[in-house]
Design a binder for this molecule. Structure first.
Ligand SMILES: [Mn+2]
Length: 346
């Protein structure tokens, strides 16, 4: 049985642990105690769930299943169809009754009630709330919080939780955690990929899961029209005057032209391509929303924190990946946002 607890990973290279690391280990121990002692759990996550949300939730579901606990997975928004190969995927609900009551609510990959969307109203009724998250602006909304922005993903954090609980890592759980980590590290290309991340990943692969097959399912495009859609989006590419900031705009008319094919636009796919441009450090996507609003998604290279700008406009997220929604005219929004980003280079 693989048993890498947080302490065994740290102490592989150091004799002693820091006060902060001790705090994390205590947090994990408290959460494990609740998982083992309580019953009737709600597992939820943030709006517009990504691969880390879904992978982490399903892994948590599998952990609770092994502990013979009752649980429900309820999300504010539906998961992407590409994750349907994951175990327990069919258990994800996006509809609920307001009178549903759970003893313990587990909020994963999200550290703010507003980000839990409408599910917050049932989650807040639980007598115990557990919050596991790695976002830098996490508020620790639970009675029990395991919040550590040093980790690549919530999936990576759950590895330590299940390890501490003495739960056997099996291929099903490993697949879910692998998808979670793959998603948040951009398949190990982002700066949040640390040695500890890869050590966890090595253990996941040791369960016999197929790396190539899983990656294939994550990056797959099911419809050839998707390529046309992405090429339309890439045709909007613009750069700032000193070539450090590059952005695309997803106009409503592009989205409408492909409505009948019900294609999903994944911002990560757009950023994957933008990031291949040499010399640039900040990547933006402006998505036109109803009611004269635009979502601005930010990505940046290590050393450039764009999250303050997202927060300035009422959004949030990580230093290198965040977003906000701004109302108004696209030209003004782009001018304002790019002017703020350019200041980071002065
Ligand atoms: Mn995450």
């Amino acid at each position: 049985m693989i048993n890498y607890t947080l302490i065994s990973v740290i102490c592989k290279y150091r004799k002693s642990i820091t006060k902060k690391e001790r705090k994390f280990m205590n947090a994990i121990a408290d959460i494990v105690k609740i998982l083992k002692e309580e019953d009737n759990f709600l597992i939820t996550t943030h709006v517009r769930p990504d691969g880390d949300c879904i992978g982490s939730q399903l892994a948590m579901g599998l952990i609770l299943k092994k502990l013979r606990k009752r649980f429900e997975i309820i999300n504010p928004d539906p998961p992407r169809k590409k994750f349907e190969f994951l175990p327990l995927f069919d258990r994800i609900r996006t509809a609920w009754q307001e009178n549903e009551l759970y003893t313990v609510s587990i909020i994963l990959d999200c550290g703010k009630w507003v980000r839990v969307g409408d599910v917050a109203s049932i989650a807040q009724k639980s007598s115990t709330v557990i919050n596991i998250d790695h976002h830098i602006d996490s508020q620790g909304i639970g009675k029990f919080n395991y919040i550590n922005p040093q980790h690549s993903s919530t999936g990576e954090m759950l590895f330590y939780v299940l390890s501490s609980a003495g739960i056997n890592l099996d291929p099903d759980i490993a697949t879910c955690l692998y998808v979670a980590i793959l998603s948040d590290t951009g398949r190990f290309r982002y700066s949040n990929t640390r040695s500890a991340t890869l050590r966890v990943v090595a253990d996941l692969l040791d369960t016999g899961i197929n790396h190539e097959e899983i990656i294939g399912k994550i990056v797959a495009m099911e419809n050839p029209l998707s390529l046309k859609l992405y090429s339309r989006i890439f045709s909007t590419v613009q750069t700032n005057s000193f070539n450090k900031i590059v952005w695309c705009t997803l106009y409503n008319n592009i989205q409408n032209d492909f409505l009948c094919a019900s294609l999903e636009v994944e911002s990560d796919k757009i950023f994957d391509e933008l990031r291949t441009l040499k010399g640039f450090d900040v990547y933006l996507l402006f998505t036109e929303l109803p009611e004269n609003k635009f979502r601005v998604s930010f990505r940046s290279n290590i050393g450039i924190d764009v999250s303050d700008i997202a927060r300035l406009f009422g959004g949030g997220g990580h230093a290198q990946a965040c977003s906000c929604i701004i109302e108004g005219n696209l030209h003004n929004i782009q001018y304002n946002v790019i002017e703020k980003v350019e200041r980071l280079f002065r």
